[in-house]
Design a binder for this molecule. Structure first.
Ligand code: NAD
Length: 297
């Protein structure tokens, strides 16, 4: 069992810390909220007055804070973790922050002889309470192996994302997609209601198509990911259908910012001569437009 300094006891950090205590670890906790600290003390943690005190004589420090500026301040600020952390200990930042900030922090920590990895989490506070988070580990194999007993208390699945900084990168891509899909879904369902559709019927139809199931496991594997852009459904037809939906939305006064932006990607794909290719060629087109090496000749 390990000694752990835990900093940031909010919606996520508080249940994560509680699960580490349940797993038999000894915790020294710090948060700017005295109430949050008192709650963890009632569960068996020891209170620290500063980040430095939380990091004193521990094997791990876990940070779970709202943003990168706070993580930096808790590490390198006055009474920060770096003033007391042992060179044998490891700092694990589990916050969701800008991956380039993570890169800079790992580099600066290493320059001072400290060990740091990142391990942001997927899912929500409901899963944090149950110890069922998805842990996106960014670090060396040795670092991940060392942190695994902690991850096992807080999560039900750990994914080795492929090296330092990669956990934070995957996390942001994952959130980008699920957050943007939330907005796109809201647009579609609002339009459905505005044109008089029954909500449950619309949901039922879309749950049986890529609209509800996404493209990763439906349209992409047999087409663009297999290098086959022969049309199952043509870019030209997708472009036409998006145009009809946008026109309809315009007539019933529903703004469609995601749909309008998506239509332009199909316009770019069509303008590049891919109109008669499969609609999944938007992926290849965007890759090429972004300066990445073409995958499909
Ligand atoms: P939160 O706002 O509930 O908690 C943040 C905690 O940090 C608070 O208790 C706050 O008092 C504390 N804090 C702020 N500044 C501090 C400082 N200088 N020193 C010590 N403590 C300080 O946020 P949360 O929902 O727990 O999220 C924490 C991180 O987890 C964020 O990076 C978030 O993006 C990420 N995350 C959240 C969820 C979610 O569903 N809520 C899911 C996955 C990841």
């Amino acid at each position: 069992m390990s000694t752990i300094g835990f900093i940031g006891l909010g919606q996520m950090g508080s249940p994560m810390a509680a699960n580490l205590i349940k797993g038999g670890h000894s915790l020294r906790v710090f948060d700017i909220s005295a109430e949050a600290v008192a709650d963890l003390v009632s569960k068996g943690a020891v209170a620290a007055k500063t980040p430095a005190e939380a990091a004193l004589d521990v094997e791990f420090v876990v940070t779970m804070l709202p943003n990168g500026g706070l993580v930096r301040n808790v590490i390198f600020g006055e009474d920060g973790v770096a003033t007391t952390l042992s060179k044998e200990a490891m700092l694990i930042d589990m916050s969701t922050i800008h991956p380039f900030e993570t890169d800079a922090l790992i580099k600066e920590m290493a320059e001072q002889g400290f060990q740091m990895m990142e391990a942001p989490v997927g899912r929500t506070s409901v899963h944090a309470i149950k110890g069922e988070l998805l842990i996106m580990a960014g670090g060396s194999k040795e670092q991940i192996e060392r942190a695994q007993p902690l991850f096992d208390c807080m999560g039900s699945e750990t994914v080795d994302c492929g090296g330092p900084g990669k956990g934070g990168r995957v996390k942001i891509i994952n959130n980008y997609m699920s957050i943007a899909l939330n907005a796109l879904s809201a647009e579609a369902i609002t339009l459905a209601e505005a044109i008089g559709l029954d909500f449950d019927t619309a949901m039922k139809v879309m749950s049986g198509t890529p609209a509800g199931n996404g493209h990763f496991t439906t349209t992409w594997p047999g087409k663009v990911l297999a290098g086959d852009l022969s049309p199952a459904f043509m870019v030209d037809l997708a472009h036409k259908d998006l145009g009809i939906a946008l026109d309809l939305a315009n007539q019933v006064n529903v703004p469609m910012p995601c749909g309008a932006a998506s239509r332009e990607l199909y316009s770019i794909t069509r303008a590049a001569g891919r109109g008669r290719q499969d609609w999944t060629s938007v992926l290849e087109q965007l890759r090429v437009t972004s300066g990445l090496e073409p995958k499909i000749k």
